[in-house]
Design a protein around this ligand. Structure first.
Ligand code: PLP
Length: 381
C-alpha cells in the first residue's frame, strides 16, 4: 500500500481538495467574461487583504519572479540599495541586484539572528538608498525579521522604499501594508497561501507605483508593472496569457483565508508553531532561530549528535512525510519543517509522529511519544 504523502517542507505546502479541484476545471479563454470577473475579484480581494492603496498583481511565475519584479520596478542602474540578509534568501537579493548594476550594501546577520533596526539606521544615516530590502521570514534559518521596527527607521528617510520578501510569511503572519508601512510586498502561491506553485503575488502601494512611473522605460519586459497595471484593472485585456486554472486555485485559496479570517489564521499559525517547536525540542532537537526572532511558519532543527541527515530524511520520507534539508553551512546538519498554510491538527500530529518513527529507525536514543505528547498537550491548551 502506498502511503499518503504529506509535504511538510517550506513550500509547496499541502493543497486542500477544494483548491485542487480548481486545477481540474475545464480551462476557458482568458477573455471569458466569467474568468475576467473572477480575476478582477481576486486582485480586489488581495488588495483589501493587506490594505494596499496601490495595485495587487497576480503573475505566472514563482517567488523569485516576485524578487526580480520588486527590484526592477523600484530601482535603476547606479542606485544604492540596502539588503538586510538573515540567510540564503536575503543573500539571493545581492546577486540579483548586482546583475542590475545597483550599488549594493549588505547587512548580514549571523544565521539564527536578525539584522536590527539600529544597524539599518546606521546605514541610512550615512547614505541615501533608493530601497531597503528585507526578507520577512528567511526560510533557510527560520528567522522572522522585525519588519515593523525596520520600517519605522526606513520611513524617517524620504524617498527610500521598503521592499519586503514575504514568500515564507504572507498569509501566515501579519503584513498589513498600511500598518507596517510596506511599499512593496510579494509572495509565491505555494507557501502560506497553500496553493500549488506557479503564481507570484505582488502588492505595490502608491509610493512604489509613483517610483515605477518616475523610472520611465525599464529594461525588463515581462516583469514591468506598468505593462501589468492595465491588465489587473481590466483582465479582459491581453498582455501575457494568465494561468487560468492557477488564478482560480488562488481565488479559492483566498476564499479559504477570508472564511477563516486573517486574525484567526495568524493565531492558528502562532499556536501550531508553539506546539510544534516545543515538541521538537522535547525530542532533543535544537531550533536554529533565536527565540525572539523565531518564525511561526516553519522550524529549522539542528540534529542531535549521531543522527545522520540523509538517513533521517529518507526514513521520514518512507513514513510518508517530506521535510526539507539544511542550506548553506547547515546542509547535512539540519532539517526544515514547514507548518504554514492550510494544515490542521491531523497534519501536525501525523508529521511529528513520522519524525519520531524516523528517529527510532535511525537508532536515536529517546522516549518515543515524548514529542507527540508535548504537541497534544500544547494543542489542548
Ligand atoms: C521560497 C522562497 C523564495 C523563492 O520562491 P520560489 O517560489 O521558489 O521562486 C524567496 N524568498 C523566500 C523567503 C522563500 O522562502
Amino acid at each position: 500500500m502506498t502511503k499518503h504523502k504529506l509535504v511538510m517542507i517550506p513550500g509547496p505546502t499541502p493543497v486542500v481538495r477544494s483548491i485542487q479541484d480548481e486545477l481540474g476545471r475545464e480551462t476557458v479563454a482568458f477573455g471569458d467574461p466569467a474568468f475576467v470577473k473572477d480575476h478582477k475579484e481576486l486582485t480586489e480581494a488581495l488588495k483589501k487583504m493587506f490594505s494596499c492603496d496601490g495595485e495587487a498583481f497576480v503573475i505566472a511565475g514563482t517567488g523569485t519572479l516576485g524578487m526580480e519584479t520588486a527590484v526592477a520596478n523600484t530601482t535603476k542602474r547606479g542606485d544604492h540599495v540596502l539588503i538586510c540578509s538573515n540567510g540564503y534568501f536575503g543573500d539571493r537579493f545581492v546577486g540579483l541586484c548586482q546583475r542590475k548594476g545597483l550599488n549594493v550594501d549588505v547587512l548580514q546577520a549571523v544565521w539564527g539572528t536578525s539584522v536590527t533596526p539600529e544597524e539599518v539606521e546606521e546605514k541610512l544615516k550615512a547614505k541615501h538608498y533608493a530601497a531597503v530590502l528585507v526578507t520577512h521570514v528567511d526560510t533557510s534559518t527560520g528567522v522572522c525579521a522585525p519588519v515593523g521596527d525596520i520600517s519605522r527607521v526606513v520611513h524617517r528617510y524620504e524617498d527610500t522604499l521598503l521592499i519586503v520578501d514575504g514568500v515564507c510569511a504572507t498569509g501566515g503572519i501579519p503584513e498589513d501594508m498600511a500598518e507596517l508601512d510596506i511599499d512593496l510586498l510579494f509572495t509565491g502561491s505555494q507557501k502560506a497561501f497553500g496553493v500549488p506553485p506557479g503564481l507570484t503575488m505582488i502588492w505595490a502601494n502608491q509610493k512604489a507605483l509613483a517610483r515605477r512611473k518616475a523610472l520611465g522605460t525599464i529594461p525588463e519586459y515581462y516583469c514591468d508593472l506598468e505593462l501589468w497595471t492595465p491588465i489587473m484593472q481590466d483582465p479582459s485585456k491581453y498582455f501575457a496569457t494568465p494561468a487560468v486554472n492557477m488564478v482560480w486555485a488562488l481565488k479559492e485559496g483566498v476564499r479559504i483565508i477570508q472564511e477563516e479570517g486573517l486574525e484567526a489564521r495568524y493565531a492558528r499559525h502562532r499556536r501550531n508553531a508553539a506546539a510544534m517547536q516545543a515538541a521538537l525540542e522535547a525530542l532533543g532537537l535544537t531550533l536554529l532561530a533565536e527565540e525572539k526572532y523565531r518564525a511561526v511558519t516553519l522550524s529549522n532543527l539542528i540534529y542531535p549528535d549521531g543522527v545522520d541527515d540523509a538517513k533521517f530524511r529518507a526514513a521520514v520520507y518512507e513514513e510518508g512525510i517530506t521535510v526539507g534539508g539544511g542550506l548553506g553551512a547547515y546542509a547535512g546538519k539540519m532539517f526544515r519543517m514547514g507548518h504554514m498554510g492550510n494544515i490542521d491538527e491531523h497534519d501536525m500530529c501525523a508529521a511529528l509522529s513520522a519524525v519520531e518513527r524516523a528517529l527510532v529507525k535511525v537508532g536515536y536514543n529517546f522516549q518515543p511519544g515524548v514529542g507527540v505528547g508535548t504537541l497534544i498537550q500544547h494543542l489542548a491548551r
